[in-house]
Ligand binder design. Structure first.
Ligand code: IFM
Length: 438
């Protein structure tokens, strides 16, 4: 490799955050209630003040702008905007207007997610996303929110990671409501996708120039022994259930099993772009002793990420992007990052993933932006404060922040709109040999 890897002009360099993980004091949602239950969160930790964004998002916006980022993905908290059914809180909408103006003033193009895991308590009490009425309730919430925020945003992400929401809350039981009920999980994902479609139409009615998409979490699921037909079958099955069924349903307008069967009126053609949240890969083996006969684990000798989060596998980003490109839509890497308290992997992780992203763009993938997860350490759901994903280290008690070395590196990349040879040689010397680069 002998020249810098330039990204397309106007490429969006951002960080991604979510309301409940950064705002603090979100007492009126299902996650706050979940955090109060013993044994739900690592060491009984709580979101508490989180990153204090409700009071002081602007300080972190300054930090993001200081890194020369030109975009930021955040979410709005439904329980603040509609604290009681049908009651829309103007002060909450005004605060979001103010935050979005803050982004614009700092040259940060907003991407706003309308549902990122947390739901109002009143909605959860009525069955949450298991209840089909939630689809219309979500569309009504979206209508009020977009009407208020549209002067400041045109890129909307309806739902974050419907598969993760369904599996963690309704199969693994580690997110609220803590169920282990596959049929309920499939119902929830169906309702989330129908909510997405209803939101898509609602947003376009209110703002014809809007660009509306959804953030899809994809994991690479490779057969443990590629020459073993049963492992290949197991990996394909899991890949279909986790990665593909949602995409098939969204593009064909028909439920792809196991989500369901038959047509879904209004679902097709509801994506102006697709977001990819990519982190890691698993190996999959056939194992009759496991649900679905599949067992997931990490490759022997693979480099692992902190806290059992997964394998360091940058090639997966390239593979997912090439696969998503078949949809023929503009794409964003709407999340990519890792837990790394002491920043010993992050610089290399960022560079290795950006090299793969660059390769995908060279292959013709229409990727418009990359959002690193995340700016400052935030409340990592059931893992509490154990997993530290931030470019900036945060002490949630004192709210003190200290940029990790990778913050400066990411800032330089955004400034250059390129990954330089010097950066690779310094932080990831093995990389140039690993991939086909100029
Ligand atoms: O923190 C989460 C985020 O809320 C959704 N995607 C994965 C991130 C890291 O686990």
């Amino acid at each position: 490799m002998n020249r810098d890897l330039a990204f397309p002009p106007g490429f969006q360099w951002g960080v991604a955050v979510a309301a409940h993980q950064v705002e603090g004091g979100n007492r009126n949602n299902d996650w706050w209630a979940w955090e109060q239950q013993p044994g739900r969160i690592h060491q009984g930790q709580r979101s508490g003040r989180a990153c204090n964004w409700w009071e002081e998002a602007e300080a972190d916006l300054d930090r993001a702008a200081g890194l020369h980022l030109n975009s930021l993905r955040l979410s709005v908290e439904w329980s603040r905007i509609e604290p009681q059914p049908g009651h829309f809180e103007q002060r909450a909408l005004q605060r979001y207007q103010q935050i979005l103006q803050g982004l614009q003033q700092r040259g940060l193009e907003p991407m706003v997610t309308l549902h990122h895991f947390s739901s109002p308590l009143w909605l959860a009490e009525q069955g949450g996303w298991e209840n089909p009425e939630t689809i219309d309730r979500f569309a009504r919430f979206v209508g009020h929110t977009v009407e208020a925020l549209k002067p400041h945003c045109r890129c909307w992400c309806t739902i974050n990671e419907p598969n993760v929401y369904g599996y963690m809350g309704y199969l693994e039981g580690v997110f609220p409501p803590g169920k282990s009920d596959p049929a309920a999980g499939m119902r929830v994902i169906r309702h989330l996708l129908q909510g997405h479609a209803a939101a898509y139409r609602q947003i376009h009615d209110l703002q014809p120039e809007a660009r509306v998409g959804l953030a899809h979490n994809m994991r690479i699921l490779d057969p443990a022994r590629p020459d073993a037909p049963l492992d290949r079958w197991a990996a394909r099955l899991l890949d279909h259930v986790y990665n593909q069924a949602i995409l098939n349903s969204l593009t064909s307008g028909r439920w792809s099993p196991p989500l369901g069967w038959g047509p879904v009126p209004g679902l097709a053609q509801t994506l102006d772009w697709i977001g990819l949240n990519y982190y890691t890969r698993d190996l999959v083996a056939f194992d009759p002793g496991q649900p679905l006969c599949v067992r997931r684990f990490h490759a022997e000798g693979a480099e692992l990420l902190d806290g059992g989060y997964g394998e360091f596998y940058p090639l997966g980003l390239y593979r997912c992007l090439l696969r998503l490109a078949e949809l023929g839509l503009p794409m964003y890497v709407s999340e990519n990052g890792l837990p790394d308290d002491n920043d010993d992997q992050r610089p290399r992780y960022i560079l290795a993933h950006l090299v793969q992203l660059w390769r995908a763009i060279q292959q013709g993938c229409a990727v418009r932006g990359y959002y690193h997860w995340t700016l400052a350490d935030n409340f990592e759901w059931a893992e509490g404060w154990k997993l530290r994903f931030g470019l900036i280290e945060l002490d949630p008690k004192s709210q003190e922040r200290r940029p990790r070395p990778s913050a400066a590196l990411y800032g330089q990349i955004a400034t250059q709109n390129a990954v330089s040879v010097a950066q690779i040689e310094r932080h990831a010397p093995g990389l140039s040999g690993e991939t086909t680069l100029p």
